[in-house]
Design a protein around this ligand. Structure first.
Ligand SMILES: Cc1cc2nc3c(=O)[nH]c(=O)nc-3n(C[C@H](O)[C@H](O)[C@H](O)COP(=O)(O)OP(=O)(O)OC[C@H]3O[C@@H](n4cnc5c(N)ncnc54)[C@H](O)[C@@H]3O)c2cc1C
Length: 358
């Protein structure tokens, strides 16, 4: 079976890897040819239940565990107690894994067959007929196959081409995130969260040394959009400076680390989600990852949820080897209630404040 994947993010690449491993022909299309343009830290949560998801992917799993850091301790600071509460994590696969986005994407790409990812592809049309699907893209070129997977993220163009309405919802928070040089503050797999009971202000965690041996810490600052709108200090061109007072009350060492970050590497954006879709399958097209179920990063579940989509889809295809419609129906029936629940929970936590990691 020929399978096309739109989007070479973590969901698209992981799905391609799982499907290739099970013997399917897979091609991944992405708009960009610069896969690692923005680098930041990801916390792959223990709720991810990574072990069953990685089953059969021995080399990738070994490389992932070698490259990532097992979260060794978690410190929760609230406004009243800057000394925080400490919880120790036990080492092993169920421990949250702290990793750079570029490292995860690089490992996934390196695990795929050469030539799997086709860059610079801008989808322009999706046509379905007689059990086949055609993806039309730039310069009158197209791909044909039996199954197309949409894994093109929050602003999915594929959903637009399928004429699926899925308005994004702004949850009223902005984020700023980057990697800072830090050889002493958050080392050895440490993760810190700063906030009060109902508001998360900052998440910071160790991501280990970069390729030059320089120790780095990921930080992500959350600020209510209302505070940003009222700020005269926000640089409207780059949106990279935060409003006055954003760092107030945080420990001086953390403030210094944030302020020492190269401003050109700081990314900002809005926290968005969407109402759950009523279906994940549209003929011979299935929607996966953030394209299907964007959620607030309150539970650090985004990546693992995309991984779960991939494994559920591959299992459904295996169960119905000669009946694609049955396989896709099975996938949708199993996965839809789960992702709806994940979206609901993430929204709820966002509503009462992001108490999870991000
Ligand atoms: C502030 C913040 C912190 C987060 N922290 C965590 C965390 O710690 N742990 C965690 O698990 N999750 C976290 N998440 C969520 C996580 O980043 C996402 O869930 C995850 O990246 C989704 O992966 P994806 O591959 O589905 O989509 P994306 O990562 O968005 O990838 C989409 C891919 O599709 C490509 N693309 C886009 N449009 C097209 C098109 N038209 N044609 C072809 N290709 C296209 C893009 O170039 C990209 O490669 C966080 C999110 C935010 C906002």
């Amino acid at each position: 079976m020929q399978i096309g994947v739109v989007g070479a993010g973590v969901t698209g690449l992981f799905t391609a890897l799982v499907l290739q491993q099970r013997g399917y022909q897979v091609t991944v299309f992405d708009t960009t040819n610069r896969p690692y343009s923005a680098d930041y830290g990801l916390c792959l949560s223990p709720a991810a239940q990574l072990t069953p998801l990685l089953s059969g992917l021995v080399d990738f799993t070994q490389a992932l565990l070698k490259a990532g850091l097992s979260q060794s301790e978690t410190l929760f600071f609230d406004a009243d107690s800057i000394h925080g509460n400490r919880t120790e994590s036990t080492a092993g696969l169920i421990t949250p894994l702290l990793i750079r986005s570029s490292t995860l994407l690089g490992l996934l790409r390196a695990s795929l067959r050469p030539g799997t990812v086709v860059p610079d592809v801008v989808p322009q049309g999706i046509h379905q007929q007689h059990g086949l699907v055609e993806l039309e893209y730039s310069a009158h070129r197209s791909w044909h196959g039996e199954l197309l997977l949409a894994a093109d993220g929050l602003h999915s163009r594929t959903l637009d081409l399928l004429e699926v309405e899925r308005p994004l919802i702004d949850l009223g928070q902005r984020f700023w995130r980057a990697l800072a040089e830090d050889d002493s503050l958050l080392r050895g797999g440490a993760l810190h969260r700063y906030g009060s009971q109902d508001t998360l202000r900052l998440t910071a965690f160790d991501v280990g040394p970069d390729s030059c041996g320089c120790e780095q810490t990921h930080w992500c600052l959350f600020i209510a959009s209302s505070a940003v709108r009222g700020s005269s200090r926000l640089d409207s061109v780059t949106q990279r400076s935060f409003p006055r007072g954003a760092l107030q009350g945080l420990p001086e060492s953390i403030v210094q680390m944030i302020q020492s970050t190269d401003p050109s590497t700081v990314m900002t954006g809005r926290i968005m989600d969407a109402e759950p879709l009523n279906q994940l399958v549209y003929g011979n097209v299935a929607v996966l990852g953030d394209a299907a179920h964007p959620m607030a990063p309150t539970q650090a579940r985004g990546v693992s949820s995309g991984f779960e989509d991939a494994v559920e889809l591959a299992d459904s295809l295996d169960r119905h080897r000669h009946d694609l419609a049955a396989a896709l129906g099975d996938f949708q029936q199993r996965r839809l209630p789960v992702v709806k629940q994940q979206q609901r929970l993430s929204r709820q936590e966002q509503g009462v404040g992001c108490s999870g990691s991000a």
